[in-house]
Design a protein around this ligand. Structure first.
Ligand code: NDP
Length: 295
């Protein structure tokens, strides 16, 4: 089966590398063409010069771009996916997108008999390299069933969350929880540092107690204690994700002070640290505000 993967970023590239090793016949496209050419040379697959060329004659197309906005933007124009995509194909969008735009894209494609599944992933670059990502899908049961054999190349847990947009919504809420864990753990360690408690001691206690999380067990020991922030997942993208979560709760009309505050804090941290900072570097903003170094 012919497949295409568009968007060879920090997580897209390791996901696509599993597909390159699968029995599928893979074509890749990336906005910066040099990256697609290098990937194609390394993995012995084809690089396309445009989204239209990448998807022509292809049965299953995967996208992994910063947000739904970029996915929608590469649909249009002479070189866009719509110019090459064929009736009966399917688009699996692995972007952490927003439900409303995913539904709009799905409606546009449905008119041409093209299935759409939103399929954002979780597990980080490490999970993508190891092929152990969790994939949360939104789409009809039959579309998700059709997407599964492709998603299994890089995902070990593939879950249908509901109709189109449901995968995006679950992902956004997961990200809001991640943001809240990072900020609350950062504040806790900053307050303890002011009392003279070493961060490694505090984490040893917390990780044997009920306040622990993936953030305290993995992210903080790896990044905050060593003050090394590898740029695996940009703070800018987490800001975008928590913004989607805020949009979802705002539209539901419910009061959600935690998510509202997380969205505000991560937008401020993003503005403070810029486009290239890693998500865990938000702790540096907490340190600056508290006037203390956590470790
Ligand atoms: P990166 O910033 O590393 O890569 C972004 C990709 O999108 C690049 O291929 C980039 O191309 C391309 N791109 C950016 N803008 C445009 C545009 N206007 N038109 C076409 N292509 C564009 O992001 P990640 O790979 O980290 O993230 C991708 C998605 O996966 C995001 O939605 C993110 O939230 C999600 N995600 C990321 C995780 C991670 O650990 N990194 C974990 C889970 C989900 P170019 O090379 O030209 O810049």
């Amino acid at each position: 089966m012919k497949i295409a993967f568009l968007g060879l970023g920090a997580i897209g590239a390791p996901m696509a590398s599993h597909l390159a090793r699968s029995p599928f016949e893979l074509t890749v496209w990336n906005r910066t063409g040099a990256k697609a050419d290098a990937f194609a040379r390394e993995h012995g697959v084809r690089a396309a010069a445009s989204p239209a060329e990448a998807v022509r004659g292809v049965e299953v197309i995967l996208t992994c771009l910063p947000s739904s906005r970029e996915v929608e933007s590469i649909l249009d124009g002479d070189d866009g996916m719509q110019a090459g995509i064929e009736s009966g194909a399917m688009l699996i969008d692995c972007t952490s997108g927003d439900p409303a735009t995913s539904r709009r894209i799905a409606n546009r494609l449905q008119q041409r008999n093209i299935d759409f599944v939103d399929a954002p992933v979780s597990g980080g670059v490490k999970g993508a390299v190891n092929g152990t990502l969790t994939v949360m899908c939104g789409g009809s049961q039959s579309a998700v069933d059709r997407a599964k054999p492709v998603l299994q190349a890089f995902g070990s847990k593939i879950i249908r969350c509901g109709d189109v947009g449901a995968g995006d919504a679950v992902k956004a809420m997961n990200q809001a929880l991640l943001a809240i864990h990072i900020w609350s753990a950062g504040e806790a360690l900053a307050a303890l540092a002011k009392l003279g408690v070493d961060a490694s001691v505090a984490l040893e206690v917390i990780n044997g107690s009920s306040g622990r999380s993936n953030t305290s067990e993995n992210l903080f020991p790896e990044r905050v204690l060593g003050r090394k922030y590898p740029r695996t997942f940009k703070l800018a993208l987490l800001d975008k994700d928590v913004g989607i979560a805020k949009q979802i709760v705002d539209e539901s009309g419910m009061d959600s002070p935690f998510i509202e505050l997380a969205a505000k804090l991560f937008t401020e941290a993003h503005a403070d640290l810029g486009e290239e900072a890693d998500h865990v570097e938000a702790v540096r903003v907490i340190e600056k505000r508290a006037g203390v170094r956590v470790s």
